[in-house]
Design a protein around this ligand. Structure first.
Ligand code: GRF
Length: 320
């Protein structure tokens, strides 16, 4: 099992979602651990609870003393705690664009409505006013636009005829406490999930011309020039006792392969049996996979394997 993802929870208030994340993390099988709780209010009740639960807490000076200073201190605290993911749980500040960009794909939030419905504050009142029969909660990635990042999971909650916004909020909160730990766990596991990796590679590979799917000794692969074409990429999921979930691609030759493996052993490896046939292994079960780089490797490998008529077309299109 890979190391657990290191999660920081950011709060502004009571921190009941924070508590749900902490208690869920106590299961031995939980793929994340809470390594830090912090926020924009040094007096937030949730911080006292986190301390009592022996979770490291940072009481940062409130942003009233300067928003830029606050986010600089937050960034430093997160780095010192070697945080992989940030979970917002009732954190009432808009994050500055540079902070969101720095942590792109690594900040998640819980919102008490079925997004895209009822963004922003006072969601329960808005839901009742709209006459909705169903409300719920959403866990989503944080992007620059408020409450608009990719939705990772949702849960529905019935609205009862007599509900006022507090009654609805109380019930949605129960659902939030179920949803958040489950979706955070799924998200933290993603980089090590071979099926998820295969779907991402598939999406990128299919951007190339005439790509087919086929297998190589049972492993999923992609071929250039339709299904009958030559394989240009294979996923080797911990083959023959290897640690790596590897994407096997064609480099320019043995010199390049051995050079990359020697200089960047965390990233590249010599795949058993496949190495001798010129396949280079790119380790995919890492937290820091650069998907732009994966796309470049797929294209290079495709070019090395595609039939001449296709590479000629590609070059003609590029010269155009
Ligand atoms: C929750 O309803 C959450 O969805 C919203 O703020 C509230 C925080 O509550 N973002 P708590 O501090 O987790 O108890």
């Amino acid at each position: 099992m890979p190391d657990r993802s290191r999660v920081a929870v950011l709060i502004s208030g009571r921190g009941s979602n924070m508590a749900a994340l902490i208690y869920a993390s106590r299961a031995a099988s939980c793929p994340y651990e809470i390594v830090l709780v912090t926020g924009d209010r040094p007096d937030a009740p949730g911080l006292t609870l986190a301390e009592a639960e022996d979770v490291p807490v940072a009481r940062l000076p409130a942003p009233a003393k300067g928003k830029d200073l606050f986010f600089a201190a937050l960034q430093q605290t997160l780095e010192e705690a070697r945080v992989d993911l940030i979970a917002l749980a009732g954190f009432m500040r808009i994050l500055p664009a540079h902070f969101v960009a720095k942590w792109a794909g690594r900040i998640i939030n819980i919102h008490p409505s079925l997004l895209p419905k009822h963004k922003g504050l006072k969601t329960h009142a808005a839901c009742i006013a709209a006459g909705d029969r169903v409300s719920g909660a959403t866990v989503h990635l944080v992007s620059e636009e408020l409450d608009s990042g990719e939705i990772l999971g949702q849960v529905e909650v019935a609205v009862l005829p007599d509900d006022d916004d507090q009654a609805l909020a109380d019930r949605v909160l129960i659902a939030e406490h179920q949803l958040y730990p489950r979706i955070l766990a799924e998200y933290a596991s993603r980089p090590f999930d071979a099926a998820w990796i295969e779907r991402q590679v598939d999406g990128l590979a299919r951007r190339l011309p005439e790509v087919g799917r086929k297998t190589s000794h049972g492993s999923p692969g992609w071929s250039a020039g339709g299904e009958k074409g030559k394989l240009f990429a294979i996923i080797a999921d911990q083959h023959h006792g290897e640690d790596a979930i590897g994407l096997l691609i064609k480099a320019s030759g043995l010199d390049e392969m051995t050079g990359l493996i020697e200089t960047q052993p965390d990233k590249y490896y010599w795949p058993k049996y496949y190495g001798v046939s010129g396949w280079l292994g790119l380790k995919m079960n890492r937290r820091d996979v650069d998907w732009g780089e994966v796309e470049d490797w797929l294209e290079r490998s495709w070019r090395a394997c595609a039939p001449h008529r296709l590479t000629k077309l590609m070059r003609a299109a590029e010269d155009f």
